[in-house]
Structures are given as C-alpha cells and as structure tokens.
Design a protein around this ligand. Sequence first.
Ligand code: CAA
Ligand code: NAD
Length: 315
Amino acid sequence: MAFVTRQLLRSMSSASDPATAAAKKIAIKQVTVIGGGLMGAGIAQVAAATGHTVVLVDQAEDILKKSRKGIEDSLKRVAKKMFADKPEASSQFVEKTLKNLTVSTDAASVVHSSDLVVEAIVENLNVKNELFNRLDKFAPEHTIFASNTSSLPITQIANSTSRQDRFGGLHFFNPVPMMKLVEVIKTPMTSQKTFDSLIDFSKALGKNPVSCQDTPGFIVNRLLVPYMLEAVRLYEKGHALKEDIDVAMKLGAGYPMGPFELLDYVGLDTCKYIIDGWHDAEPGNPLFAPSPLLDKLVEEKKFGKKTGEGFYKYK
Ligand code: CAA
Ligand code: NAD
C-alpha cells in the first residue's frame, strides 16, 4: 500500500514525457486572485513581481486600498533586501511590480481574460463553492481554478464547478513573499495538464512546489495545526505560560516563531475554522478537539495580529 502511494506521489510530481507534457501545459500569464487579505495580497504580490498580469479582487474598495498599501510596503521590504545599495533599481522593481497589478470588486467581469483564478477568501466551504460556481460561468474554457484553502477538501470545492479537470489546490504559506513552499494538490479529477501547469506556475513564482493528495490539511497543516492546538491546551491546563511555551519552541526546537506567535500571525479566526471543520468530520479525534480559549478569543473578535490583539497585543 505504502509502495502504491509512493508511486502515485512520484507520478504526481513529474510528467512522464517532459517534451509532450510541456506542449500540453497552459502557460499562465494572466492571473486573478480573489480575496485581498493576508494570503490573497501576498499571492498577488509575488505573481506581479514575477511578471504576471494580476487582478486582485475583494468585496469592497476600502479593503482593496488596504491590500494595495500592504503590498507596496511588503514590496519595499523585499526590494530593500534584493537591491541593498541600488536605490534606483529598488524603486524600479516596486514600480514595475505595481504596474502589473490592478484591483477590482467584480470578479465576474475580470475573469474573462484569466489563465488562472486563485481563490483566497474566507475558510468556508459554502462561500467558496458559491464563488466558484458563479465564476465557472464567466471564465474561459481553458482557465484553471485553484483554491488556497488551508483545510477544506479540494474535491468538494471543485464539485461546485463543471471544470473538475481544470481545478487543483495551490496552498501558499504566510507570509507569501518570504515562504518558499507551495503545496500543489491533485484531486482524482485534476488533469495531468492542470497539475503540471500549477507546478510550473509555482516555480515561476520562485517557489518550491511539493505535491500531496487531497487529504485534510495536506502536509504542513496536518502537522502544524494539531501542534499549535496542543500548545493552547498546555496553556489552558496551566502547565506553562504562553510566553514560556513560545520561548521554548524557538530556543529548544529552532522554530522561527513560537506557537502562540504563529497562531496570532495566521489569524485565530482562520485557525478556528480549520479545527472546527476537522472536528465536525472526525469528532472522536483528540488532535482535532476544539479549544475553549481559542473560541473565546474569536468570539471577542481578537483574531491576532491582523486585528491588533489575539493571544498577544500588537501596535
Ligand atoms: N514581506 C516582505 N518581507 C518580509 C515580510 C513580509 N511580509 N516579513 C518579513 N520580511 C523580511 C524583511 O526583509 C524583514 O526585514 P525588515 O524588517 O528589515 O524589512 C526580514 O524578513 C526579517 O523579518 P522580521 O524581523 O519581521 O522577522 P523574522 O526574521 O522572524 O522573519 C518570518 C519573519 C519570515 C515571518 C519568520 O518569523 C517565520 O518564518 N515565521 C514562521 C512563519 C510560518 O511558519 N508560516 C507558516 C504559517 S502556516 C500557513 O501559512 C498555512 C496555513 O494554511 C495556515
Ligand atoms: P483574511 O481574512 O486575511 O482575508 C480574506 C479576504 O477574503 C478578506 O479580505 C475578505 O474581505 C475576502 N472575501 C471574503 N469573501 C469574499 C468573496 N466572496 N469575494 C471576494 N472576497 C472575499 O484571510 P486569509 O488569512 O488571507 O485566508 C484566506 C484563505 O487562505 C483561507 O482559505 C485560509 O484558510 C487560507 N490560508 C490562510 C493562511 C494564513 O496563514 N492566514 C495560510 C494559508 C492559507
């Protein structure tokens, strides 16, 4: 069984005949990103910075204004590192990237010219399905749809469309400009051409793609989310201070952030959606048990860094 899985994963990560596969792949040049929050803004930024024409979509102009400002600030940080003592090259890079990026509040009217639509909206199956079902009617035949979901089955999202063969998972990591990994998810219906195109797109963004079956949490979150929730349970039981747990995992395990810092960074609302969804699917699994403290913070709208308070307070 393990051998079969290994073979399947191997076949997923490389096309059998590169020359034939290359001819079949879709060259992704025009990208629509839906959702201008933490993740969507980051995905739009790296796509624009690597020469793609990008439209970023969200529900309101004021949200998009904030997304654009966040992208500009992040680009300046990237440029400062890339062009350390070349201020002119640095500002040219920022300007050029911003030229590749436009914003819109009307997804249906912009997808007509897209090779790829990447969705990064709220972690809710019904809302994602409603969006994709609507866009399916407006996007051209060749357009690939991809979801950046952290925890939902890609197959169930793809089923809201009539293009299951042109649908895959494209799971980025926060902060997108810094994190090198993309998990590319192939459902049983995803065509090899779609999968290869998503792998190529990830590489074109300068990322390192890995493949995974359509299993809850894929690779990273299946390990990371139970770990973060276990840290909350340790704290809830009074076994250690959250500050000490964070220091312990940074200095004792070499993690760049402690679990509470990371929960706040990811967003407590998103973490709650993830764990609640898995708990509903497998109520008896202790790894997926909800946390009363996490629930309370989300109830109080303390979503972490993005709202100024979560486990910690932010300026
Ligand atoms: N944009 C651009 N550049 C950035 C950046 C951003 N958002 N964040 C950091 N940088 C760069 C900058 O060059 C920055 O230097 P300046 O402050 O001078 O601009 C440099 O990185 C150092 O940043 P920091 O001093 O803020 O902090 P750091 O050294 O700790 O690095 C970090 C920040 C990269 C976020 C690091 O702490 C880290 O890797 N943390 C773990 C993140 C992680 O685990 N992400 C995965 C979350 S799970 C997920 O995403 C999946 C899911 O579905 C929930
Ligand atoms: P976020 O709350 O920062 O942003 C979500 C954005 O989507 C908001 O700006 C919201 O206005 C917008 N939105 C909601 N419904 C919409 C709709 N119907 N049409 C257009 N825009 C809509 O959330 P996020 O952290 O960026 O997460 C987005 C997705 O990415 C989720 O599926 C999440 O699970 C996944 N994800 C999150 C992280 C993370 O660390 N936060 C990492 C990887 C994947």
